[in-house]
Design a protein around this ligand. Structure first.
Ligand code: NAD
Length: 496
């Protein structure tokens, strides 16, 4: 059995812990490799290597650090297909979807190439007689990233690109379910000129995560994953004195007003709900149909759902691949029984899709109508190809539903009424909002982050907040006094 290990100090590290997890091929249901699960000792070794590499990298001229990003950008661009194949083999998503993930990750690298501009400080001349002030942004030292299974290339890139170009050393703990893309990214960065030890990849589970959260030399932690773990990471790492941004799960609502273009809204809902088999933190998982929109909308969505071609991600004919594990597939499928028991109606049952009976971890696309806000299909993040429709009478009821939901990642409105859309963007309780756009993932020069249970911490991920997160500011006040005018003055310094 092939073993996927760690990358520490630029070299593949022999796994010392002797613990492993299976890496499945979700399309066939077979185990294709095993991944080493690091011990706390191995994590400490990786942090030690990063700590040793950090001063040299921080002292590397900014233009040179940006140059490494430019080279990385070109290598990643040229290697898109190779990364996509790794992604599809371990995650299961279609090759086309994998290429989309890489394209969005690449945007973050391109943003980081602008570091010389982004890291510019400020200068105020003559704030008092003969006194000037300037501000600089300095790296934090060693920072850690802990990433989820569903975007095994893009989410590491959200973190890595900005953290490294700002002059930090990085320890990445990818998801143990699809660990290979992160190693490939690290290899490309090495080829781009990143010195050994500046980026280290440790594979692992809770043991590795806890070791990072507790390590005194880790200055900051970026986390993306489910809400319970995000909350745990935030609490444990902040208690250890670290800066933390911990992004959690989601339940993204798409409100469709009666005046919306129904066919376009149905296209958008289906694309956003079932792309990547619903395993996206920005997937639309609830359609909130307002008033008369409901009947034609459900009919239009159901017609499209029945036509989705489910199959292996590497098959160009497939539109939707398998789920990540058999256990996850079974958990998602169980919601269809719960839905019926809790008063909803299953309009399209994905369990009848022929792909579901094969050996892979497939589940066909499912649509559930008349979902009550108290039922599990609504309250839980299902993270699979199950779209819930909640029917409400008014816009206000739709807005209240979103407000009462404990998550606040993304929300979208579909309408032809500019006034209603404008009101929605002002009022809705979510961090990322779409107007006739179902997956409003911000471009790399804005920042990504939800509200409420979808993010613990202050700064959002990537973009300008990413630069802020991975640096701290220092303000320097200086005077070059003329010895002839110097005197003792015990009063508090005044500017006027
Ligand atoms: P997860 O929370 O199970 O795992 C995320 C990371 O935490 C992994 O690296 C995992 O090894 C580690 N981990 C798991 N259990 C742990 C524990 N008990 N203690 C310490 N560390 C632990 O999430 P997942 O299943 O890999 O990913 C799916 C989840 O991620 C969904 O909830 C999805 O919404 C969320 N997600 C959120 C965003 C966002 O931007 N908000 C983006 C992508 C995914």
């Amino acid at each position: 059995m092939r073993t996927i290990g760690h990358l520490i100090g630029g070299a593949e590290a022999a796994d010392a812990a002797g613990r492993y997890a299976p890496v499945w091929n979700p399309a066939t249901g077979e185990q294709q490799a095993r991944v080493a699960l690091a011990s706390a000792q191995e994590v400490r070794a990786a942090v030690g290597v990063a700590r040793a590499a950090a001063p040299g990298w921080r002292a590397t001229p900014l233009g040179r650090r940006a140059e490494v990003m430019f080279r990385f950008r070109d290598l990643l661009d040229a290697g898109r297909k190779e990364v996509a194949r790794l992604l599809t083999a371990e995650h299961g998503k279609t090759l086309d979807d994998a290429l989309g993930e890489i394209a969005r990750g690449l945007e973050n690298v391109e943003f980081a190439c602008g570091a010389p501009h982004l890291l510019r400080g400020g200068y105020s001349e003559e704030v008092s007689a003969g006194v000037d002030v300037h501000e600089v942004r300095q790296p934090l030292g060693v920072v850690a990233g802990i990433t989820p299974f569903n975007f095994p290339a893009m989410v590491p890139l959200w973190m890595l690109a900005n953290a490294l170009v700002c002059g930090n050393a990085f320890v990445l703990k990818p998801s143990e379910r699809d660990p290979s893309p992160a190693l490939f990214l690290a290899e490309l960065l090495g080829r781009a000129g990143l010195p050994d030890g500046v980026l280290n990849v440790v594979q692992g589970d809770k043991v590795a995560v806890d070791a990072l959260l507790d390590h005194p030399d880790v200055a900051a932690v970026s986390f993306v994953g489910s809400t319970p773990i995000a909350r745990y990471v935030y609490e444990r790492a902040t208690a250890a004195g670290k800066r933390v941004q911990a992004l959690g799960g989601a339940k993204n609502h798409m409100v469709v007003l009666p005046d919306a273009e129904i066919a376009a809204a149905a296209d958008a809902a289906v694309s956003a709900a079932y792309g990547s088999a619903g395993e996206r933190c920005m997937a639309v998982s609830v359609v909130v149909a307002v008033g008369e929109a409901a009947d034609p909308l459900v009919e239009a969505i159901a017609a499209r759902v029945r036509g989705i071609r489910v199959g292996p991600g590497y098959d160009a004919a497939s539109e939707m691949g398998p789920l990540i594990t058999a256990a996850h597939r079974d958990r998602v499928a169980a919601y269809l029984d719960t839905a019926t028991a809790q008063g909803a109606s299953v309009v399209v049952d994905g369990r009848t899709d022929p792909a579901t009976s094969g050996p892979g971890f497939f589940l066909g696309a499912s649509l559930v109508d008349h979902v009550r806000p108290t039922s599990a299909v609504y309250t839980d993040e299902i993270f699979g190809p199950v779209l819930a429709v909640v029917r409400v009478a008014t816009y206000d009821e739709a807005l209240r539903l979103i407000e009462d939901n404990p998550y606040g990642n993304g929300a979208a409105i579909f309408t032809r009424d500019g006034g209603a859309a404008r009101r929605f963007t002002a009022e809705v309780q979510a961090g990322m909002v779409g107007v006739n756009v179902p997956i409003p993932v911000p471009v790399a020069y804005y920042s990504f982050g939800g509200w409420k249970g979808s993010l613990f911490g202050d700064l959002h991920m990537y973009g300008p907040d990413g630069i802020r997160f991975y640096t701290r500011t220092k303000v320097v006040t200086s005077r070059w006094p003329d010895p002839a005018t110097s005197s003792v003055d015990l009063g508090f310094p005044r500017t006027r």
